[in-house]
Design a binder for this molecule. Structure first.
Ligand code: 5GP
Ligand code: SF4
Ligand code: MG
Length: 454
């Protein structure tokens, strides 16, 4: 998911939020929502669909206020339904709106505890649990409530909450999902990624720290370290695939890191070939890096229809039979008669990759070598990325050679985990890489995961 929050009296906060969400659209295409606050009264609008399908001029004009928050949803837990769209609104003891990115892992305990205390829920999303904890909390200030909740909620949560007079943002003690702080004029805003600041003319200041609570009012910014985190565990897959190339994460621009992943991949797994092509758009930066480092020429051999979103109507059996090329179309003029290196960022189930290999062969490629700028994905994500189940992952219980055979590729190589950290110039100890390594950063999670899938 993508989250955004802003305090900017005198500006069109709903319009600014709309554009920020537009920049964060890649983080979730299932639903979008904006809440604003004026004179102590919170208003919210949310619906299923893309940002520009949910909002129009008249809706944005109706959403007046001095502060706002926004959300785009990508579902991992909870059904894709209207009830699960965000911002979540609750008014138990205090009125709040809330937008959350991530996944909680102690949902069952928290849910039981709240239900026993008489709290009822409208949705099946774990985000409403955080909202209920904050809305029902006895503490005098929202900041005190957040500090307490941060100690009780386990998992991934980059969260933005709006009350009748402020926007409060916080990140879980491991900082699993990103959250950035920006400045617009002399007021502040927060967003999942810094690309949301660029689009509205805000300045990127810094990442919100793991376990930090940032409180924004008309008067300015107050911050407090709620939990001393033993380590951070930022999702390394944000660097590899999820975040937008022009966002800054941990002090680095994603596009540059991805280019270096491709360069290192060429060094680790060179191949004799005639041409490098990317799987658009996600494989683009790494393919350019691979070509740079290997000295091989590079071209576009696959053209992508960029309007195919996750919510796209599926073709159905009849059309599928005719080999409908919904997402990619190969260019025979570019690939025919050539030994091709195809670079992509990751393989999950292998369905897309298998189709691409076949398509390129049909278009006349003489050899197809897959090069992936991430290690094999073998373990599920519990922290907010939909990696599907272990059984569905093509690299689960298979060697590289077996995966290559499954995909019909002449060869296959993945970037090593060391290569990933070299590319992002980051410490392994400060990141989560559980979907690759099986080592989960939350204590007890690795054992639980092993148990669940035994
Ligand atoms: P596969 O071959 O596993 O079916 O698909 C691989 C492709 O899926 C890669 O191009 C990669 O960019 C993309 N991918 C990886 N993770 C995700 C995700 O969480 N959502 C979507 N929509 N695509 C993903
Ligand atoms: Fe990111 Fe993978 Fe960790 Fe999930 S398991 S938070 S996708 S690195
Ligand atoms: Mg892709």
């Amino acid at each position: 998911c993508g989250v955004f929050g802003i305090v900017a009296p005198g500006r069109e906060v709903s319009r600014l939020t709309y554009f920020a969400l537009y920049a964060l659209q890649h983080r979730g295409q299932e639903s979008a929502g904006i809440a604003t606050q004026q004179g102590g009264h919170i208003m919210a609008m949310r619906d299923q669909g893309l940002v520009n399908q949910v909002f129009d001029e008249s809706k944005l004009r109706a959403l007046q206020g001095d502060m706002a928050l926004g959300h785009v949803r990508y579902s991992t837990t909870g059904a894709n339904s209207w009830e699960n769209t965000q911002p979540v609104w609750r008014s138990d003891k205090r009125e709040i709106a809330l937008a959350h990115n991530g996944n909680l892992v102690n949902v069952v305990e928290l849910h039981t505890e709240l239900r026993q205390a008489g709290v009822t829920f409208r949705s099946t999303s774990d985000s409403e649990i955080i909202a209920a904890l904050l809305s029902t909390h006895e503490a005098d200030t929202i900041e005190d409530a957040v500090v307490d909740v941060l100690q009780r909620v386990e998992g991934a949560y980059s969260t933005v909450v709006m009350t009748k007079d402020r926007v409060v943002a916080f990140r879980d003690p491991l900082g699993l999902r990103p959250l950035s702080l920006g400045m617009i004029g002399d007021t502040y805003c927060v967003a999942s990624e810094s690309c949301a600041f660029d689009i509205i003319g805000a300045k990127f200041l810094r990442d919100v720290q793991p376990g930090e609570v940032v409180s924004i009012t008309e008067k300015g910014l107050q911050t407090r370290q709620a939990v001393e985190s033993p380590r951070s565990a930022l999702c390394v897959f944000e660097h590899i695939y999820f975040a937008r190339p022009d966002s800054r994460l941990g002090g680095r621009v994603i596009q540059v890191s991805r280019g270096r992943m491709g360069e290192i991949l060429a060094r680790e797994a060179p191949v004799e070939a005639d041409l490098v092509i990317p799987v658009p758009d996600s494989g683009g930066p790494a393919a350019r890096g691979f070509a740079r480092a290997s000295g091989l020429p590079q071209d576009d051999g696959l053209i992508k229809n960029r309007y195919v979103a996750r919510t796209f109507i599926q073709p159905g059996q009849e059309l599928r039979k005719h080999g409908l090329r919904l997402k990619f179309n190969p260019l025979p003029e570019v690939v025919a008669g050539k030994r091709i290196v195809v670079v992509d960022d990751s393989i999950v189930r292998g369905n897309t990759t298998r189709q691409i290999v076949q398509m390129l062969r049909d278009a006349g490629a003489t050899e197809v070598h897959m090069r992936i700028s991430a290690p094999p994905i073998k373990h599920p994500c519990h922290y907010g990325i939909d990696m599907s189940t272990r059984e569905e992952m093509i690299a689960h219980n298979r060697t590289e050679a077996e995966v290559a055979a499954e995909l019909g590729a002449d060869s296959l190589a993945y970037l090593s985990l060391e290569g990933v950290y070299e590319a992002i110039d980051g410490e392994r100890e400060a990141h989560c890489d559980a979907c690759f390594s099986g080592v989960y950063p939350l204590v007890g999670e690795s054992a639980k995961d092993a148990f669940e899938h035994a």
